[in-house]
Design a protein around this ligand. Structure first.
Ligand SMILES: *Cc1c(COP(=O)(O)O)cnc(C)c1O
Length: 215
């Protein structure tokens, strides 16, 4: 696969779903990829990337951003409270807000910094104990907390269990977003992004299908 092929498949999936061309943003997930592969995709003109770890992104992206203006980087991995400040300085969006304490920390930092990245709330739709994300029954309360703190929550994010049909998780997430009054839906990865587009994804997070297998 390549950026070109994935972009073509994405445009075809939008069309098949009756969605506008370009309605879905492609986040190229560059975690654990060699710099040369990331640079190749930047040279092809792509400007939206996803990273899992604050530390890795801090080492990689300031340089690439300087060399490729207009580059946007989103955090798609879990965020520890003690890395929140660095994350807010580094990323244009954070997809993994999942608890009230982190919301409070982000709100305090937003005051300090005078800005805040776009925020997605991660929902643990599969109720997996080892996985991050707020449980579905706790979502409304977390959304209310975020609104009270004036945080810019733009959408929801999920990572379906690997052994289940992702479509039911995507449609459940879309229902929750509609109920919460947010329009962003960060869902779909290399193996299932077309299904996510059919169910309303606004952001798909595709890594290995663009860059190849991770180290
Ligand atoms: C790694 C990762 C992806 C991309 O996975 P691929 O299967 O390589 O497309 C997407 N979302 C999250 C949260 C990830 O950690």
């Amino acid at each position: 696969m390549s950026l070109d092929q994935i972009t073509r498949r994405l445009r075809a999936a939008e069309k098949a779903a009756g969605r506008d061309e370009g309605a879905v943003r492609l986040i190229a997930v560059s975690k654990l990829q060699p710099d040369a592969r990331v640079e190749a995709v930047l040279h092809q003109g792509h400007r939206l990337f996803g990273e899992n770890r604050v530390q890795e992104a801090a080492a990689k992206w300031p340089g690439f951003r300087a060399a490729f203006p207009g580059t946007e980087v989103h955090l798609i991995g879990p965020l520890q409270t003690n890395k929140a400040r660095q994350a807010m300085e580094l990323f244009d969006a954070i997809h993994t807000l999942d608890r009230p304490r982190l919301a409070q920390t982000l709100a305090r930092l937003a005051q300090d910094l005078g800005r805040c990245p776009d925020l997605f709330i991660q929902v643990n739709t599969g109720r997996e104990p080892q996985k991050a994300g707020v449980l579905p029954e706790d979502l409304d309360a977390l959304v209310a907390d975020c609104r009270a703190l004036d945080l810019p929550v733009v959408g929801l994010m999920c990572i379906p269990p690997v052994d289940q049909d992702p479509a039911s998780h995507f449609s459940a997430l879309a229902d929750m977003a509609a109920r919460s009054g947010v329009t962003g839906l960060s869902m779909g990865m290399s193996d299932d992004f077309e299904a996510a587009v059919a169910l309303g994804a606004t952001h798909v997070r595709v890594g290995s299908a663009i860059f190849g297998a991770r180290a």
